[in-house]
Design a protein around this ligand. Structure first.
Ligand SMILES: *Cc1c(COP(=O)(O)O)cnc(C)c1O
Length: 443
């Protein structure tokens, strides 16, 4: 996004940050229209959207195929108007919510003490994680002057949001050359104001699982929280393990892990707005909740940040889980994992591209080969993303170092061949032998 004095440019539209005073504005409402023509107009708006249902997006959207999507959307539609703020009025939501939480707790090896709530997704889970860590320290009588959290540079940006919201210092520690958390350096950064340690399973940027046990052990010794961000891996890693792969320890079987975030709107294949924050016990879970009677409206309590919230995500999650069952999730996990490994294998010895790390689950991070640079001039891997975009593919761009990122899910099996062909052709044009390669980028 480029910002100038007048406004913020986002894509082709300009949104005015400072509206000039005008007497009357034109709106899109106009004269009312019949539902059919409104729906037609809605579909028309999709023209420029990435075709994620056809496997064209390697980020942002997930699909387990048309049948699962249709069920998810139908369940969402039926409960979209129900309000999960107060589940006393909607026992249906309470029952579905508890089923979903219990299933997720079984994935992460919870026991009779573990407990959790659904959230609107990873961001809400992580913001609440920061809040809960501060709460716990206060509850247990620690004197906090300037609380801090210690986390690797790969941990998700939403933790910064939480730190910003709750006045917590973020101590980011460089990762090791293998992109995993440098746990020794993290332990050194802890002091008496540290309330939270974080590791990822796996990290979003490079897709590797951090070494959780040493972090969790230190957290337990200091009676502080240790959060494992499994927004991506919370469904995939359990089914990889059930499928016979060896997975580094990351869940509640690791002593000292106090909470785990899992997103169902990613590899749970449920509708957007479906996340989970799971806790070691109900006392720790209480640190994420809020209750007040300090107004004239009576006692008001909520488990998360939102007040009114749609029952849609709960119904969608419940329906998709019920439909897929263990077998379905196993099949989808196997599929996504084999597609990710197929891409990884394809990149071995590639003329132009190189994988930054072998994927511990289904996330890939791709850069250009180092030997393509001459002095300070190097081709730009973002040009590969541009070339892919011109062919209808959407991949994430991330930095540092400049890389493209693929979130591989079940939808990709059917387009894998076509994608790898396009990836090869585009990358050869950008940086292959004899190409212009005229991008001056210093990483
Ligand atoms: C997606 C993601 C988040 C943020 O979740 P949202 O659902 O986008 O709010 C946090 N952590 C990790 C590892 C993620 O992949």
């Amino acid at each position: 996004m480029e910002q100038d004095q007048q406004g913020i440019r986002a894509g082709s539209r300009t949104r005015w940050a400072y509206s000039p005073p005008v007497a009357a504005r034109e709106t899109f409402i106009g004269a009312g229209q019949a539902p059919e023509s409104v729906l037609e107009a809605l579909e028309g708006l999709r023209g420029g959207d990435v075709r994620w249902r056809n496997g064209r997006a390697f980020s942002l959207a997930y699909s387990a195929g048309p049948e699962v999507l249709a069920l998810s959307e139908e369940a969402y539609r039926r409960f979209s108007g129900e309000n999960a703020l107060n589940m006393v009025a909607f026992p249906s939501l309470r029952e579905m919510h508890n089923d979903v939480v219990a299933t997720a707790l079984s994935w992460v090896h919870g026991d009779s003490d573990t407990a959790g709530f659904m959230t609107s997704g990873g961001t809400e889970s992580l913001v609440l994680t920061v809040r809960a860590a501060v709460r716990r320290a206060q509850r247990e009588g620690r004197t906090l002057t300037r609380p801090n959290m210690v986390l690797p540079t790969t941990a998700h940006a939403a933790l910064e949001k939480g730190a910003d919201y709750f006045g917590v210092e973020s101590r980011r520690i460089d990762v090791r050359p293998d992109w995993r958390a440098d746990t020794a350096a993290m332990l050194e950064a802890i002091d008496d104001q540290t309330v939270l340690l974080v590791g990822s399973a796996p990290s979003y940027p490079q897709g590797v699982v951090d070494d959780i046990p040493p972090l969790a052990a230190e957290a337990a010794a200091r009676r502080i929280n240790c959060h494992v961000d499994a927004c991506m891996g919370g469904v995939t890693l359990p089914y990889m393990e059930r499928g016979g792969e060896s997975v580094a320890p990351w869940d509640f079987r690791v002593d000292g892990v106090t909470s785990i975030s899992v997103d169902l709107h990613k590899y749970g294949y449920a509708a957007k707005g479906s996340g989970l924050l799971l806790h070691r016990n109900k006392f720790l879970r209480a640190d994420q909740t809020f209750v007040t009677d300090n107004w004239l409206g009576g006692t008001y309590g909520s488990s998360g940040i939102l007040g009114t919230k749609s029952g849609g995500p709960i119904a969608s999650s419940w329906a998709v889980m019920r439909h897929l069952g263990d077998e379905g999730y196993q099949r989808l996990t196997d599929s996504a994992r084999s597609s990710a490994l197929a891409i990884a294998r394809h990149l071995e010895g590639h003329q132009v591209l190189r994988l930054r790390a072998l994927p511990d689950s289904t996330l890939l991070c791709i850069g250009l080969r180092d030997d393509l640079r001459h002095d300070d001039i190097a081709p730009d891997v973002y040009a590969v993303a541009d070339g892919l975009a011109a062919r209808g593919w959407y991949v994430d761009r991330q930095a540092p170092p400049r890389s493209i990122h693929l979130t591989v899910n079940a939808v990709h099996a059917e387009v894998l061949h076509e994608f790898l062909r396009d990836l090869d052709e585009v990358s050869a044009t950008v940086a292959g032998p004899g190409s212009e390669g005229g991008y001056a980028v210093i990483e």
